[in-house]
Design a protein around this ligand. Structure first.
Ligand code: ADP
Length: 432
């Protein structure tokens, strides 16, 4: 389940971030390509102006000048002197060049010449440029051209120049740039996936931990409930075939085990309540010393039964009121004092004290009991943890300190345990 959520989260995050990056890349590519195309075409127009000015300036066209225009394959230059093709340099009008010129002429005449000639006077020179993609045929210099058609009147007629600039290599450059961007995007998608896989795994860790805790809570709770339930079921099975005396004994055991289950369930419900409702406290101003005195009074008979001296030490001067949930603090004190009595041997002593230091209430419950090893101190606040599982198992489920800690946390306080001087344990509660 968590694995599926993890994978789904990773994919969603990767898809969303990837889509944003791809959209931005496409926008950048669009702007950059538009600029490149514009600049490329401007450069062509510039060159054409220079070439046409050169042609106009020469009364007799030099072979060398015309051949130099074709050098490097940048331009294909076709010149007609009064309609007759002019051959120059080493240029041989092969089949491909002738076919190319025919196509350009056809396209120019059908698309531009009529509209163009109507706005320019044939007495003066003019030139006209456009882009042309040849749909049919296969030409060694590619299918895409910038074309410039120039008309230059001369003393004995006119020159018509058709200058073609192949642009396939420029388009190949654009395609290479697109491929590069696609590769970069693909690579960033892989990086995003790896990053989000780790990131979401980090985010989900508390959920996984909480699920693990919940599973172990359920397992421990079932285990704790199974023992009294088995006793109840076996007593109930034996009742019909037993005599009156035994029946009364079984009924007593059933009631006793039922009580154990009830207590366990109410502690579990308390914890579940803390987990689900969290901050649902009824905080009001209360006198903490009164709550402590009440608690000591309640547990005095139990302590006396074990011959334990239970005392309280409160400040002489009156303390400020503590903003807290009265019932929760009573529950907290009861857990700590009950534990202290349970884990203190006969003849021991327990002291509950209250201090007010730096605007914090410090309650401590110190006993002279069996004490807690350093190893166990780290674990006693875990649910269902009992340092000595055999000790009073029917009364102690290992949930008391978990409940106590939840209460303290909800009051933004601290709960810690230390050793009592001379032996035993001291639980210290700090409340704001
Ligand atoms: P339990 O219901 O078992 O007492 P708690 O969560 O209250 O559960 O306590 C967890 C464990 O911490 C106990 O099982 C016990 O081993 C230890 N412990 C708690 N309070 C004391 C104490 N005052 N003295 C010694 N050990 C204690």
């Amino acid at each position: 389940m968590i694995k599926k959520v993890h994978l789904r989260l990773t994919l969603v995050c990767t898809a969303v971030t990837g889509a944003i990056v791809i959209a931005m890349t496409l926008l950048y590519l669009y702007v950059s390509e538009s600029n490149m195309r514009e600049n490329h075409y401007y450069a062509f127009q510039n060159d054409m102006n220079n070439i046409i000015n050169g042609l106009k300036a020469q009364s007799v066209l030099s072979n060398y000048y015309l051949a130099s225009l074709e050098a490097g394959g940048r331009y294909l230059v076709f010149i007609e002197d009064n309609g007759t093709p002019l051959l120059y340099g080493n240029i041989v009008e092969n089949k491909e060049r002738i076919e190319l010129l025919e196509k350009v002429k056809d396209y120019y005449q059908s698309s531009y010449e009529i509209s163009h000639s109507s706005v320019v006077s044939t007495q003066s020179s003019y030139h006209f440029d456009f882009t042309y993609t040849i749909a049919e045929g296969n030409f060694s210099m590619g299918q895409d051209f910038y074309v410039c058609v120039a008309y230059i009147p001369t003393g004995n007629g006119s020159l018509t120049a058709y200058i073609l600039a192949p642009v396939s290599s420029f388009y190949r450059q654009l395609s290479r740039q697109r491929l590069l961007f696609a590769a970069v995007n693909l690579f960033s998608l892989v990086l995003f996936y790896l990053f989000f896989y780790r990131f979401t795994s980090h985010l989900l860790r508390p959920v996984v931990e909480s699920q693990e805790k919940q599973n172990s809570f359920i397992a421990s709770a079932s285990h704790e409930l199974r023992t009294p339930l088995s006793v109840i079921l076996s007593c109930a099975a034996l009742i019909p075939e037993s005599d009156k005396e035994k029946q009364a004994q079984f009924c007593h055991t059933i009631r006793q085990e039922g009580g154990v289950m009830k207590r366990l369930l109410s502690e579990m419900l308390s914890l579940a309540d803390f987990d689900s409702r969290g901050m649902d406290l009824h905080k009001e101003a209360h006198e903490l010393d009164t709550l402590i005195l009440n608690c000591v009074e309640t547990f005095e008979p139990m302590a006396k039964e074990k011959n334990i001296r239970l005392s309280s030490t409160l400040p002489d001067s009156s303390l400020p009121l503590c903003i807290c949930d009265k019932h929760k603090i009573e529950q907290l004190l009861a857990i700590l004092v009950h534990n202290a009595i349970s884990y203190t041997n006969e003849g021991g002593a327990i002291g509950v004290s209250l201090k007010y230091v730096k605007k914090r209430f410090i309650i401590s419950v110190a006993d002279s009991g069996i004490g807690i090893s350093d190893e166990d101190k780290k674990r006693i606040f875990e649910r269902f943890y009992r340092a000595d599982a055999s000790h009073n198992a029917k009364e102690h489920f290992g949930l008391g300190l978990s409940i106590a800690q939840s209460i303290v946390k909800q009051h933004h306080g601290k709960l810690k345990v230390t050793d009592t001087e001379g032996g035993g344990s001291t639980f210290i509660v700090e409340l704001g």
